[in-house]
Design a protein around this ligand. Structure first.
Ligand code: GLV
Ligand code: MN
Ligand code: MN
Length: 418
């Protein structure tokens, strides 16, 4: 097994990250899309929650589920205080047809890091907690990092309760079915106030570490990113009886909008804009749609550029809709500004992992949302394919174990005795 840059060499304790991930390898496999589909509060995601709670209890950690559905597992100091905790964790939900590591790698590494620290005989000076945030991907209710937004008050609870999933079910109903009381979802200053620092380990979602030939990096920043929905309305009608010149077909307008999204991003170096989801209503082969929804993801390090790209998309969408006799409406679903991780915490993590390179990321994370309220940092683990949000995402076993050792070193440095 290789050792992370800067890690103190130690024997592997417990099953290791690879053994832990093997325990959930069958959960949520998507035979249709490939990879994993682990939507919030689906059977698969609920099984993963139980898996995490069992693994945490098995380690003697004190577990709780908060009123927003985040999971916590505490390694207390014995002082009775849960203030100034060092928290690590990630998420267990996935995008549709996602990889095995986006989220679960950080959760399994947190558990493995506890095993390492225990085998080193560490008694924490600050409480350590493992956390799992729900709906990081926003794949069910549309809002990225939904759980950490609820926790920190970055989303209005009424808006949250009324969000609908693709089946039309509200978050309030889905949360109630999952055992939460929807009246109490929303900002939880007490839970946030306990966290002194949050360190999230995550699979790298690009090629930075591959190109540097290194296993583990320290995060510097997260690109600003947001999601918008374009709703294009036309005239639903019969595919056989409606002459081409008589149509007001929102799907034709939507096709022009997809191109406009790409072209708007190309005007700004470094900008990314994507249409990854499109929904014709009602959606029938022999039906001219009455309406089409397109979901747009836009990212850039300069939030003003992100806004400019969206403005351009909107203008082009209005033009494309008018050309087909349709109308279009733009709605913002979530927006996260560019985040630079806390310099002091990042500096300390850099001291603890002196050989780890520093990388930024274009992917969103709960660490980015929490950064508005408390010091956060990230570690990235090499992904040899450089591909993510796809079944091709990968982490080699040695790198996974190196990541957990690096995380253990960071937790020891932040929460251990001098
Ligand atoms: C989450 O992975 C995102 O960047 O959308
Ligand atoms: Mn993730
Ligand atoms: Mn993701």
């Amino acid at each position: 097994m290789s050792t992370a840059p800067g890690a103190v060499a130690t024997t592997t304790a417990g099953p290791g990250v690879t053994g832990l991930l093997a325990g959930i390898a069958a959960t949520g496999r998507d035979t249709g899309r490939g990879g994993y589909s682990r939507a919030l509060y689906s059977t698969a995601e609920q099984e993963l929650r139980e898996w995490f709670l069992d693994e945490a209890r098995h380690r003697g950690l004190d577990t709780e589920t908060d009123r927003n559905g985040a999971l916590w597992a505490w390694w207390d100091t014995g002082s009775g205080s849960r203030q100034d905790a060092v928290v690590t964790g990630s998420h267990l939900d996935s995008v549709p047809g996602g990889g095995a590591f986006d989220g679960p790698l950080g959760v399994a590494s947190a558990l493995a890091a506890v095993d390492h620290l225990r085998s080193r005989g560490m008694a924490p000076r600050r409480p350590i907690a493992l956390a799992v945030f729900p709906e990081e991907e926003g794949s069910r209710f549309g809002v990225a990092c939904f759980g950490s937004r609820l926790l920190t008050g970055a989303i209005d609870p009424d808006k949250a309760r009324n969000l609908r999933d693709p089946d039309g079910d509200t978050f309030a109903d889905v949360a109630a079915a999952a055992g939460l009381d929807p009246r109490f979802v929303g900002p939880d200053p007490e839970a946030v106030g306990r966290i002194g620092a949050f360190v999230e380990l995550h699979v790298e979602q690009g090629r930075g570490l591959v190109d540097l030939d290194r296993a583990v990096a320290v995060g510097s920043s997260i690109l600003g990113h947001g999601r918008w929905r374009l709703t294009v309305a036309g005239q639903g009608n019969h595919a056989g009886t409606t002459l081409m010149e008589d149509r007001r077909d929102p799907m034709v307008a939507a096709a022009a909008m997809v191109q406009a999204v790409r072209d708007a991003a190309l005007r700004h170096p470094g900008a990314r804009a994507t249409v990854g989801r499109i929904e014709p209503v009602p959606g029938g082969t022999n039906v001219i749609a009455s309406c089409v929804n397109l979901w747009i993801d836009v990212r850039h390090q300069d939030d003003a550029v992100t806004a400019a790209v969206v403005e351009r998309i909107h203008a082009e969408a209005i033009r494309a809709a008018a050309a087909e006799g349709c109308t279009v409406r733009l709605n913002e679903e979530s927006l996260s500004p560019t985040v630079h991780f806390d310099p002091a915490l990042r500096g300390r993590v850099g001291e603890l992992l002196p050989d780890a390179p520093v990388l930024d990321t274009g992917a969103g994370h709960d660490a980015g949302v929490l950064a508005a309220r408390l010091p956060t940092a990230m570690l990235f683990v090499r992904n040899p394919t450089g591909i993510s949000h796809s079944p091709q995402e990968h982490v080699e076993d040695d790198d996974a174990e190196a990541g957990a050792l690096a995380l253990a070193d960071v937790l020891q440095g932040l929460a251990g005795r001098e």
